[in-house]
Design a protein around this ligand. Structure first.
Ligand SMILES: [Fe+2]
Ligand SMILES: [Fe+2]
Length: 478
């Protein structure tokens, strides 16, 4: 009898609802080998006892993968309920734990059902059921959406929700997740932590994990991100000239930890390995780390430095050349945060290391020229890259130069286009430009042909186009 009571208590405890573990996010999916492996990640407020993922090709699940535990360092709650202190160190660090279960030996082109299980204080919390698809074999169709620059902007919930209802297979995200990566309440809701009233409910994970109206986002679709200027740990490196010159301040640790399976080396310092590539069906995806941002004039000392170097002999460009030579997929996509081309004055400041002028210490000079244009573009053309997409200006612009499509489909929450912004310094004008309304891009690959569609997502602006209307269709096959 006593044995029966103990057994009953055990099963009652095992079946306790999800409230038993303090979770910050639903699961999200990352993979460098999406045809055979998938890492299921989730964030918690406590380490818990253990965690695992139950998964399988049918709803009966049947297989189990143990989840490793990591502590995510550097995320902070607000110093007071009225706001964050500008100095990150003056805000208390928030305990954030990450569980990662990597499911291996998966079949290509198959759907897997799964749920995360978290045991804390002896109680097991059962996560909601989701599913994902592994990347298909060569020749099979698939589609993906382009997102970027959410940054708690006004329109993001509508735009991202629409993108999530496109039945796509994965997401490419071109950087700028929130505004300040150490601020906890910009990633997910946190009790007793300041958040601007207008940004409540627009935390990055909240927007990217919404399920209303059948939206399927991070819980269902693997994410292939790249870092943007808003991913630098201490945002003061962009605005404070002394900090801009301090190498110790230039780290990229919170982003790298949150997306750990894509960055197994976990090198946080400038010029550490902040790039990767992955094959998805017929597509080779390359994610780079290219960004900068400064409020002062680019020719004023210390100039505008890039976070990671892209000079010809830099570790990133050497890796890129090798990766492009080794790839075997017929289609190639590059995602990088900084715009290769853009109608905007900031692309006129050359993308290379600034030096202090030898004739005037108040001035910066750029003797190495523009590495985006002179180093990356020839590589993209030589190795048959189909498309390069980026963010940062929050505009919709599409260029076609020597067979390479350059796309900024980043009017997801707002835009920064001024009517009189100049053309790119090369004189190239966009093939299509549309900043009158919010949009996102859907890309489909069918029979080896890649096609992009700009889809209108919100009703502000010109009012002459319907939400959901495709306003731009173009082929990207070479
Ligand atoms: Fe941005
Ligand atoms: Fe940016």
């Amino acid at each position: 009898m006593r044995k029966c009571v103990v057994a009953l208590l055990f099963w009652v405890c095992m079946a306790l609802p999800a409230s038993a573990a303090k979770t910050y996010t639903e699961p999200y999916l990352l993979s460098l080998k999406p045809s055979s492996e998938m890492s299921v990640c989730w964030l918690l407020g406590e380490p818990g006892d253990e965690a695992w993922v139950e998964f399988g090709e049918s709803e009966a699940l049947g297989e189990t993968a143990r989840a490793e535990l990591f502590e995510v360092k550097g995320i902070r709650t607000s110093a007071t309920l009225e706001g964050y202190d500008d100095d990150p160190a003056k805000n208390p660090e928030l305990a954030v734990y990450q569980r990662i279960a990597t499911l291996t030996n998966l079949k290509p082109g198959a759907a897997y059902h799964y749920r995360v299980m978290t045991k804390s204080a002896g109680k097991v919390s059962e996560g909601k059921r989701y599913f994902f698809k592994t990347a298909p074999e060569a020749g099979k169709p698939f589609s993906f959406v382009l997102l970027s620059d959410l940054q708690q902007k006004k329109q993001i919930l509508d735009t991202v929700g629409m993108a999530g209802r496109e039945n796509a297979d994965f997401i490419i995200y071109a950087g700028d997740f929130q505004n300040t990566p150490w601020k906890a309440s910009e990633w997910f809701p946190v009790e007793n932590c300041f958040i601007k009233p207008e940004e409540k409910g627009k935390e990055w994970f909240t927007a990217m994990q919404q399920t209303e109206g059948g939206a399927r986002l991070l819980q269902y679709l693997p994410l292939f991100p790249c870092p943007g200027n808003h991913e630098a740990d201490d945002q003061r490196i962009w605005t404070n000239k002394d900090m801009a010159k301090d190498p110790a301040k230039k780290t990229l640790s919170i982003y790298m930890q949150l997306f750990r399976p894509l960055y197994p080396e976990q090198e946080y310092r400038r010029n550490g390995k902040h790039w990767y590539s992955a094959d998805y069906g017929d597509l080779h995806i390359i994610s780079l780390s290219i960004f900068r941002w400064h409020p002062w004039d680019g020719y004023e000392a210390p100039g505008w430095f890039l976070f990671d170097d892209i000079s010809p002999e830099s570790p990133q460009v050497k890796w890129l050349e090798k990766d492009l030579k080794q790839k075997s997929s017929p289609l190639t996509w590059v995602v990088q945060h900084w715009h290769m081309l853009n109608r905007g004055a900031e692309v006129w400041i050359p993308m290379s290391e600034p030096l202090i002028s030898p004739v005037n210490p108040e001035m910066a000079v750029y003797p190495y020229g523009d590495h985006c244009w002179n180093v990356l573009r020839p590589l993209y053309e030589k190795h048959g890259v189909n498309a390069v997409n980026f963010g940062h200006s929050h505009v919709y612009e599409r260029y076609l130069i020597n067979g390479v499509n350059y796309i900024e489909a980043a009017t997801i929450g707002n835009n920064y286009r001024e009517e009189k912004d100049p053309l790119h310094f090369s004189g190239n004008a966009p093939v299509v430009e549309n900043n009158r309304h919010r949009s996102f891009m859907l890309v489909s690959v069918v029979d080896g042909k890649m096609e992009g569609r700009g889809i209108r997502a919100s009703v502000d602006g010109d009012g002459g186009v319907k939400v959901g209307e495709v306003f731009d269709v173009f082929a990207m096959s070479r």
